[in-house]
Design a binder for this molecule. Structure first.
Ligand SMILES: Nc1nc2c(ncn2[C@@H]2O[C@H](COP(=O)(O)OP(=O)(O)OP(=O)(O)O)[C@@H](O)[C@H]2O)c(=O)[nH]1
Ligand SMILES: [Mg+2]
Length: 308
């Protein structure tokens, strides 16, 4: 139900989809002008569908950032793929993100087939143009993708330098339909504060640790409380990993790595809250949690999605 019926108000639900690591979350953060989705150079950074809402005057764009589409290896991957499919099924339009200079991937083909089946309007975004040495490679890439689907617009961008972001926003606003706004105008995300705080911690592990370790990590924030004198927010989080050896790596020599993770995450959290944060981290082991339904559920993954 629209929350605000104003004749001029328009909105659109937009799923941001594409291969892992192409910059979907970075683009959403740029479009929103605020970091709500974590970003790292490792594929499969985003694990769940994350909603971000941008309201500018009459237009409200509701973005669903999704995990990069991949071949599932475990129950967590299956959950991630489902969250992409179900996001695409429920939106007004899609934003397909690809990397400048890259070939069309099987994941792009799968997504385009889905758009075709649903006759879903889609905008194509070719991201990371800052990395493209030879700009003449852009035109053939655009032609090849445009031959696959009738995109309503094609926008080259760089989430790093901000190039093309305003153009992209303008194209997406054209997809908004009259009928009011879907959320109150000050809504930013649907992520509960605890989830967001846990994600900031996970991001630092993705950035500071080697591939295998952070992919087996889940962060659960057990408590997040603002002190009554408004001086500080106290956050207690548990980091779950899959092996004792991983626990040792996360803690590091004399606790040095855990300290680094905590300090970097705290700085992000303080920026987000604009308040002092006291972050306490504890590391625990839960073997093979990525394949255990009960563990996935207790870590906040809605495994109902896996049943059907
Ligand atoms: N040079 C450059 N790097 C970018 C750009 N956009 C994103 N990146 C980097 O690409 C990496 C992946 O970015 P993410 O936003 O996490 O990508 P994603 O598509 O959300 O990845 P998954 O969540 O794993 O599917 C990060 O290291 C970003 O800093 C860009 O325009 N230019
Ligand atoms: Mg992402």
């Amino acid at each position: 139900m629209p929350t605000n019926i104003n004749a001029k108000d328009k909105s659109a639900f937009l799923a941001i989809v594409g291969r892992p690591n192409v910059g979907k979350s970075s683009l959403m953060n740029r479009l929103l002008g605020q970091k709500i989705a974590i970003v790292s150079s490792k594929p499969q950074t985003t694990r769940t569908r994350i909603m971000g809402v941008l309201t500018e005057d009459a237009d409200q764009l509701v973005f669903l950032d999704t995990p990069g589409l991949l071949k599932p290896h475990d129950r967590l991957d299956e959950y991630m793929v489902r969250s992409v499919t179900s996001s695409v099924a429920g939106v007004d339009a899609a934003l397909l993100v690809t990397e400048a200079g890259a070939e069309i991937s099987p994941a792009d083909h799968d997504l385009i087939a889905k758009f075709q089946e649903m006759k879903l309007p889609a905008v194509l975004c070719i991201n990371k143009i800052d990395l493209l040495q030879n700009k003449t490679r852009l035109a053939p890439q655009i032609s090849a993708l445009s031959a696959e689907y009738n995109f309503s617009a094609v926008v080259p961008t760089s989430a790093r330098t901000d190039a093309g972001i305003d153009e992209l926003k303008a194209e997406l606003k054209k997809l908004a339909q009259p009928g009011g706004h879907m959320f109150p105008d000050d809504t930013l995300t649907d992520q509960p504060e605890r989830v967001l705080a846990g994600e900031f911690v996970r991001e630092k592990m993705l950035r500071l640790l080697d591939k295998e370790v952070p992919h087996g990590v889940a962060v659960v924030v057990r408590s997040l409380k603002e002190r009554t004198d408004n001086s500080c927010i106290d956050i207690e989080a548990e980091i779950y990993c899959e092996r004792n050896s991983h626990k040792g790596i996360i803690i590091g020599k004399g606790g040095a790595m855990l300290k680094k993770i905590g300090t970097q995450a705290r700085k992000d959290l303080e920026r987000f809250y604009d308040m002092k944060v006291n972050l306490q981290l504890q590391v625990m082991v839960k073997p093979n949690w990525r394949n255990k339904e009960a563990a996935l559920r207790s870590f906040g993954f809605d495994t109902k999605d896996l049943m059907n």
